[in-house]
Design a protein around this ligand. Sequence first.
Ligand code: FAD
Ligand code: SF4
Ligand code: SF4
Ligand code: SF4
Length: 347
Amino acid sequence: MSFDELNAHVIDAGLCEGCGLCVGACKAITIEEGVPQLTGRCVLKSGANECGLCFELCPQAHPETIQEDVIDSVITAVSVRTKDKTIAEKTSNGGFVTTLFKYLLEKSKVNAIVATTGEKYAPQGTVIDDLKELDETIGTRYSESGVMISLFDAIRKHRSRVAVVGLPCELRGVSRLEQRISTNVIKIGLFCTNNQRVDKNGKKVKMSSCEHCTDFIATHADISAGFAGSQKGFTSVIALTNKGNELLNELLNAELFETAEVSFDKIKAAQARKLKREAAEITPSLRERVFEELKQSGPLEIKTLAARLNAPSDKVLYHVLVLQDLGNVIPVEDKQDPYSISWQAIM
Ligand SMILES: Cc1cc2nc3c(=O)[nH]c(=O)nc-3n(C[C@H](O)[C@H](O)[C@H](O)COP(=O)(O)OP(=O)(O)OC[C@H]3O[C@@H](n4cnc5c(N)ncnc54)[C@H](O)[C@@H]3O)c2cc1C
Ligand code: SF4
Ligand code: SF4
Ligand code: SF4
């Protein structure tokens, strides 16, 4: 898999959510107005046989279907409001994420934080290793940020002694990166229903890449946070791993927050709504037709498959990627043309 596949399957198909993982991973890729582009030389085009890192890391090339029962994996859930006055003044919710980051830096539990900075609708990633700069990161920015470009800068300098905040899709990509380079950062997720992009006319538009997303709680996070389930001015916080749970308990014991009861049912309902949206967005029968056609006709490229089913190629591609995630189809490379990928059903 090369940048050509990433381009065809994700970027041109309108599925890129601008996380920046492909850009951070490869010097040949840059990002212009939220769109990754190959501006340098891909090693696969210079005779190398293996790489494919850009495609392998991309969360949107590897979608996952998150079921409602994922909620059962939550270890601790609590609603909190920071006692830190500076953070409380600037944050949109309870200031949990920034208070956590402040604690991690103060106690030297990490060397750097990867977060966002900049305007609400024009954010960018940043690496913070000086507590004085943490204030710049406070607050929610409702737009794509390319934050994961900064994660690479932080890992190169500080290896695993890093904490990163990201949206559910972005943390799915970070998990893939951790498998590839054996690093283990602290992952803080933000609940997410949708993201937005500012178009050329300055208008805010919902990102089409979000239509098929089923992860609300950020299942790849150690700890995740959002406003769902809390009263105004508080953040709902859930621990999803043992590492996250230990850290959350440490923070609660340090008495950095006022606490309140969290409505777990509201978080559960938001997760369920996202799954229902995906089901409504995508007719299940198209997924079945994709699988049937691949079973009947052997390996097919996306454009051929889409033409045969008389369906839009981005929707067909999405189903193929989900079927791959479920282990029902595999990509097959054409030996004559390594840039051409067909898909085959596993029976
Ligand atoms: C696009 C988006 C959609 C969201 N949708 C929902 C939702 O539907 N329901 C819900 O309950 N919560 C949602 N949230 C989460 C919520 O808005 C708050 O971010 C969360 O409650 C944390 O609040 P806090 O006061 O603890 O954060 P703070 O202490 O203010 O810290 C927020 C941290 O998040 C980082 N950050 C801000 N924007 C981004 C971004 N775009 N990408 C990566 N990192 C970022 C900041 O740099 C900062 O480090 C969403 C967040 C975003 C960015
Ligand atoms: S060198 Fe690797 S990561 Fe970079 S564009 Fe080529 S395949 Fe992708
Ligand atoms: S890795 Fe991120 S920025 Fe790159 S194509 Fe995928 S979603 Fe877009
Ligand atoms: S809904 Fe949120 S988590 Fe899902 S793809 Fe969009 S930005 Fe990413």
